[in-house]
Design a protein around this ligand. Structure first.
Ligand code: MG
Length: 314
């Protein structure tokens, strides 16, 4: 099944995508986090409601889609450097943070406050960062709790898949002591969706990921190229640390990010970024000037980089 979250009659609702339409599920089923937490019984209730034939059907193209997951219980769990061509393209461009190829997956987290819908505007403020970058990623949602999950049973813990754009601020990523949290957690900057596709409907190994900026192809890779495949990611991430139903995991980005290009390419207000994945649809989001800086006493990052960082080639 393909699930969507959207606004209907002023309320956040969920539904099942049927071609160009969405069957709107009864509010009693809750949101997608409730459906996921409800396990097989919840999915059977959804199927029964759909079979009943009395659900209102709405045209998909007219709906304001919300991110499929809106209430996260904790930070988004993230994988870095999970495509070797992306790891290698960044060599010498990490401002003193270069390391050898990792032997185990690289993990970090980002704030749930980053999550926005698949067509929403991405908040942009040049004063907060001079180095806005894009990262097309396959996202997965955990369907059942588990600690120290074995790789050979890990796929049973995956409830479904969607797309994410892990918009990053490379200067903030480097500026705060070698961690990535800050440069990955700016409010309203991570498009998610457009749908949540249940694991039985998607072979992640067959997904081709693409990212376009203003229509120009910047990233184009097969998810099968992952350095650490999904079972290994889940085994390592859950090692001694419980993963919970509803946890969101983004699995890393392939080569082609703006920071690694020569010359570098950074996003600006007005740019449109599209992330596509086979069987998953696409995210289309525009960067729009937003007052993220507000009354900050931190010096503007734009001032720090005047005249250099914003490449003009896009
Ligand atoms: Mg990323």
């Amino acid at each position: 099944m393909r699930f969507a979250s959207f606004i209907h009659d002023g309320q956040a609702r969920i539904g099942v995508v049927e071609g160009e339409q969405v069957a709107v599920l009864p509010p009693a089923l809750g949101d997608l986090r409730d459906v996921i937490a409800g396990g097989d019984a919840a999915l059977q209730a959804v199927a029964a409601a759909q079979r009943g034939g009395k659900l209102p059907r709405l045209a998909l193209e007219r709906l304001r889609l919300l991110p499929p997951m809106q209430r996260l219980r904790r930070d988004v769990l993230c994988v870095g450097w999970n495509y070797w061509d992306h790891f290698d393209e960044g060599r010498g461009k990490r401002e003193g943070q270069d390391v050898p190829r990792p032997q185990a997956p690289t993990f970090f987290t980002k704030s749930p406050g980053t999550v926005i819908g698949p067509r929403d505007d991405i908040a942009f403020d040049a004063r907060v960062s001079a180095k806005w970058d894009y990262e097309a990623e396959l996202a997965l949602v955990i369907g059942s709790d588990g600690r120290s999950i074995r790789a050979d049973s890990a796929m049973r813990h995956v409830w479904g898949y969607c797309l994410a754009n892990d918009i990053s601020q490379r200067d903030l990523q480097r500026r705060h002591g070698g961690q990535w949290l800050k440069g990955k957690s700016i409010d309203g900057t991570m498009p998610l969706g457009p749908f949540l596709v249940t694991a039985d409907e998607l072979d992640p190994g067959a997904v081709r990921l693409q990212c376009l900026v203003n229509g120009e192809l910047m990233q184009d890779a097969a998810v099968a190229q992952m350095a650490f495949p999904i079972p290994e990611l889940i085994a390592e991430l859950s090692f001694g640390m419980t993963l919970r139903a509803g946890d969101l995991v983004i699995t890393g980005t392939p080569a082609g990010v703006g920071n690694a290009r020569e010359p570098q390419v950074f996003l600006r207000a007005g740019d449109t970024v599209t992330v596509r994945g086979t069987g998953l649809g696409e995210l289309v989001n525009r960067l729009v000037d937003t007052d993220l800086y507000q009354q900050s006493s931190v010096p503007s990052m734009a001032a720090e980089h005047t005249g250099g960082a914003h490449a003009g080639q896009l």
